[in-house]
Design a binder for this molecule. Structure first.
Ligand code: ADP
Ligand code: ADP
Length: 236
């Protein structure tokens, strides 16, 4: 197994409140890693330390280190650059109030791609990878808000894929979705994991058991168990 992220003695405080306590773990490439545990135990906070979303909150203090491919992401990497390599999908599908096409083309355009034929290719490839192309190819100019929640979430995944990240962070990506859409996202995650390492926060133990290779249990800011999902779930 190839290590993608190595986390050493990570502590995180919101003001005086310690939300993460001495996290030590290695997260592997080409796998789905699930973070599970009760509400408020720090899963989402930890996920956001991996792409430095916490930089945006002023009260946050972090000690310890996280490296990605051996490079310290807080000391030796620019946060903006990091976020193009580590994409994120949220609990609530959050397409921008613009067309499906413009949602997916958004990231590439920010990176300076202007040529229509190139953008067309990226949009088609990303929507295909997100298993939503067939459903939306005839309405790319329609608002991304005009489709179902499950479709919106796959459009959001396509928007993330369009920036060609190495890692995709998913923060409870299916908790706002119906069971069929949930299974579609799970299949999709399984298909994408080889090319894009995936870390998924979920409340749902069964979901972690179904799709993840590694599982980390969080409890009040600590990782209390971490290992192969099969072994953890087969335990008596
Ligand atoms: P989980 O994702 O496991 O539900 P969170 O990471 O969202 O947990 O929250 C962990 C703890 O940190 C909770 O007690 C939460 O209230 C607190 N917390 C999260 N974000 C902030 C913030 N911006 N400021 C202060 N406390 C926060
Ligand atoms: P999520 O589980 O996706 O993090 P939450 O509902 O826990 O969503 O948090 C929504 C927002 O509120 C986040 O930006 C989080 O950092 C912030 N937040 C959560 N708990 C607290 C808290 N105790 N004090 C201040 N901000 C908080």
């Amino acid at each position: 197994d190839t290590v993608k992220f190595s986390v050493k003695d990570l502590d995180l405080y919101y003001g005086n409140f310690q939300a993460l306590k001495k996290i030590n773990m290695e997260i592997y490439k080409g796998k789905i890693t699930a973070f599970i545990g009760p509400s408020g135990c720090g899963k989402s906070t930890f996920l956001k330390t991996i792409n430095r979303m916490n930089d945006l909150i002023e009260s946050v203090k972090i000690t310890g280190s996280i490296t990605m491919d051996g490079v310290d992401i807080y000391k030796d990497m620019d946060a903006i650059q990091l976020r193009t390599r580590v994409g994120m999908v949220f609990q609530q599908p959050n397409p921008f109030p613009m067309s499906i096409y413009d949602n997916v083309a958004y990231g590439p355009r920010i990176h300076g791609i202007k040529k229509k034929s190139v953008l067309d290719e990226i949009v088609e490839r990303s929507l295909k990878q997100a298993a939503i192309w067939e459903e939306v190819k005839d309405k790319l100019k329609k608002s991304a808000l005009a489709v179902s929640g499950g479709q919106q979430q796959r459009i959001c995944i396509a928007r993330t894929l369009a920036i060609e990240p190495e890692v995709i962070l998913m923060d409870e990506p299916t908790s706002a979705l119906d069971p069929i859409s949930t299974l579609k996202i799970e299949d999709l995650a399984t298909e994408l994991k080889q090319q894009y390492s995936i870390i998924i926060v979920t409340h749902n133990m069964q979901q972690a058991g179904r799709i993840s290779d590694k599982t980390a249990f969080f409890l009040t800011g600590e990782v209390v168990e971490y290992g192969d999902t099969e072994q953890i779930f087969n335990k008596p």
